[in-house]
Write a protein that binds this ligand. Sequence first.
Ligand code: KG4
Ligand code: ZN
Length: 347
Amino acid sequence: AAPFTILGIESSCDDTAAAVVHIPGKGSAQILASVVYGQDGLHAPFGGVVPEIAARAHAEKLDICVAEALAQSGKTLGQMDAIAVTAGPGLIGGVLSGVMCAKGLAAGSGLPLVGVNHLAGHALTPSLTDQLDYPYLMLLVSGGHCQFLIVHGAEEFTRLGGTIDDAPGEAFDKTARILGLGQPGGPAVEREAQAGDAARFALPRPLLDRPGCDMSFSGLKTAVLRARDHLIAEQGGLTRQDRADLCAGFQAAVCDVLTEKTRRALAIYMEEQPTKPALAVAGGVAANQAIRAGLETVSTEFEARFTAPPLALCTDNAAMIAYAGAERFAAGHLDDMTLAARPRWPL
Ligand code: KG4
Ligand code: ZN
């Protein structure tokens, strides 16, 4: 394939992002620019992402973000070969902002438009750093998602299972809130857990007793809430050590569930791919050292290669959207001005 340069746009949750990715030829990719404007500060007072605030912030920031990405890449819009945009799944207001921005740019420049599934973007992230042979197993663990995918190709995925309620990142965030720690909760809980005794509180490992790869994390968060309320009733409040022990216990439970379910997913995947298996992880929760170590241990058990993209590519970004868009373009899957925002869009 000829060299290809593509602008990517992402606005499906609480990050406004634009990126320019260059594909010199098949099997390689260069990120020329990747700009991400987070909205943490805007949502922090509300203890969670507020859709209306997110949509307005995206609408305000998208143009700036695109201009910055183009400037950093040293290219003009006219030098792009296509424009890729997240068309779902996600918060409808944010996705709409991104899709409208991309349509405006496409209409003005005459460039082709490609709508991308946000989950496909995450699932293809390893291609931005080290090319993995298909099929590989992907564990996507973020604030909004949690699923196992066998990635057969750029547009071919098999879902093996996922969370039936909260995503792990969401559970980390809620646990942090319950314990009075800051947001985002993942890093805060991980920090506290370092000084904690994971065995002090008996927290549940939901769905571990059931076959399959489905997971559940909402009961775990409720168990932390109950343990906290019990401590408050008994001793009037929580000590620093109580907090550390609860964080350690919570993290260990998430880790146990993720590693055991990964073991099962790897077993299913390896029936199809017995030689040179690979496990990749993406999503913000992949930043957690304990979880990463657990996944690495399971990979070693199965003699599977383990890869985790750099954190900036694990969390929401537009480089992954640009890359997934380039793959769709290469397959001839173009969109036009009728491209719709899809709040729900399973892979
Ligand atoms: O991928 P991401 O940016 O996606 C979403 O927007 O969903 O992931 C953010 C999530 C947050 O829930 C955050 O608490 C979690 O990833 N996270 C972590 C860690 N760092 C971020 N969870 C556990 N341990 C961490 N070190
Ligand atoms: Zn995401």
